[in-house]
Design a protein around this ligand. Structure first.
Ligand code: CTP
Length: 425
């Protein structure tokens, strides 16, 4: 028998062997399962391990964590536990079966055999296990022909009710299909379409749909995933106001190089949340109120909502940058925006002048800081202090336009601004 664990990242080898030893000492059956088995067989990199135990998983994980003196966290509600090794998680779960009392409901769970545990899973390629017990260490356990489907490149459900039980699996199916350039198996595609036509998404907790949507938009080249959601007419089902036309896909295509441009040129700036920019590409044509409703329904976080909604408030302001403007106008327009907004506009606006102004902002203007401090103004006898905010704002804009290099230049300009302010009072 060729061990399926032969090619695993060497970091995990002693961990798996230790799991194996403990399993035999406690006389319990222990398996590696799910996505990690699929990824191992595809030769993909492994980061975390999912372990199924045909016994109490929390107890097993606790003993394992003690042996290795690692952090241990149990989740009683789910009967699962996690042990943390450096940056890697090892998740333990008791083999269990699940029954759904109605579509989209949380399943009722009870301990079961590995075979039943694998049957409750989404797709054949995610329903394989590798034994970790010494007697058959590294042996593939494949009750549902997952290996065959991996070879053929097929996403196949394990039973006819899978999508109705858990409609988020429709999004997962698309995610795996596009990630691995696989195909939805014919009957599986038919079942997905049936579930879609029965409005299965209405049955799911919207937060779970959000999670799946974000995971999809976090994959490389999300445009492909969005296209597939569109082909299967899923987007309008998620929100009836979302309709994408050719022009919208054009924008999604433009977002990719815009993100690359940012990453290559502005390494020192904050890391982008790329998925948010793609979501902007899906939502920007909605009315602001509809987008707001969508973001609330799916439980998007406050900061995410602010960033997306500020698109609508700034669309017209950005268009003002399509002409010759002073540098401080560029700064004033772009500085309040998130990097995600700026990069969306960089992709969306085709006018060369706007793009150039965005580049100038990110390259230069964003880094301009005043040397002058409040303390300096106080020493120079500027009063009242309530004017300082205004002085600093004007001074920064003038510095941006004139490119002051020294503190003396700033002080000279501060005097002029101060006198102007006072004569207006
Ligand atoms: N699973 C399932 N139905 C779901 C979610 C998960 O059956 N709706 C099962 C699958 O067997 C899956 C495993 O739980 O392989 C782990 O789920 P998750 O970590 O979400 O997926 P992975 O397959 O590991 O995928 P990824 O590589 O995206 O993490």
């Amino acid at each position: 028998m060729v061990s399926k664990l032969k090619n695993i990242n060497p970091y995990f080898k002693p961990i798996l062997e230790s799991l194996s030893g403990l399993a035999d000492r406690l006389s319990v059956r222990v398996y590696l399962v799910g996505g990690v088995v699929r990824d191992l067989m595809l030769g993909e990199k492994i980061f975390d391990l999912d372990i199924v135990i045909e016994a109490d998983a929390i107890e097993f994980a606790h003993k394992f964590a003690e042996i290795h003196k690692k952090q241990f966290k149990k989740h009683h509600t789910f009967g699962t536990a996690t042990v943390f090794f450096d940056n890697h998680h090892i998740d333990f779960v008791t083999a269990r079966s699940e029954t759904y009392s109605f579509s989209g409901a949380l399943p009722k769970v009870k301990p079961a055999s590995l075979k039943e545990d694998l049957l409750r899973r989404d797709f054949t390629i995610n329903a394989m296990a590798i034994s970790l017990n010494k007697s058959d260490y590294g042996k593939l356990i494949d009750f549902y022909s997952g290996e065959n489907d991996l070879k053929k490149g097929l996403i196949r459900v394990l039973h006819g009710d899978s999508f109705m039980d858990d409609p988020t699996r429709i999004l997962r199916a698309i995610r795996f299909e596009q990630r691995f350039s696989f195909k939805l198996e014919r009957h599986t595609l038919k079942l997905a379409k049936e579930a879609i036509s029965k409005n299965a998404f209405n049955l799911v907790n919207p937060h779970r749909l959000r999670e799946e949507l974000v995971l999809m938009l976090e994959e490389p080249l999300p445009r492909r995933y969005i296209k597939r959601l569109y082909e299967l007419r899923i987007l309008p089902l998620i929100d009836r106001n979302i309709r994408l036309n050719k022009k919208d896909f054009h924008i999604l295509v433009k977002i990719e190089p815009a993100i690359e441009f940012y990453k290559a040129r502005f390494k020192r700036h904050r890391q982008l949340e790329d998925w948010l920019i793609y979501l902007m590409g899906i939502l920007y044509r909605l009315k602001s109120q509809d987008a707001s409703k969508f973001l609330d329904t799916f439980g998007f976080r406050k900061g995410e909502k602010i960033r997306i909604l500020s698109l609508y408030d700034n669309m017209d302001k950005i268009k003002q940058l399509n002409r010759k403007v002073l540098s401080h106008v560029i700064y004033k327009t772009l500085n309040p925006l998130s990097f995600e907004n700026i990069i969306f506009f960089y992709a969306y606006c085709q006018k060369k002048a706007i793009k150039r102004h965005i580049e100038i902002f990110l390259d230069k203007l964003i880094n301009v800081r005043l040397r002058l401090k409040g303390e300096d103004l106080r020493k120079l006898g500027f009063k009242p202090t309530t004017l300082y905010g205004k002085i600093f704002e004007k001074l920064l804009y003038t510095k941006i336009d004139k490119g002051f290099k020294t503190l003396e230049e700033e002080i000279r300009e501060a005097h002029i601004i101060f006198e102007n302010c006072q004569s207006k009072h």
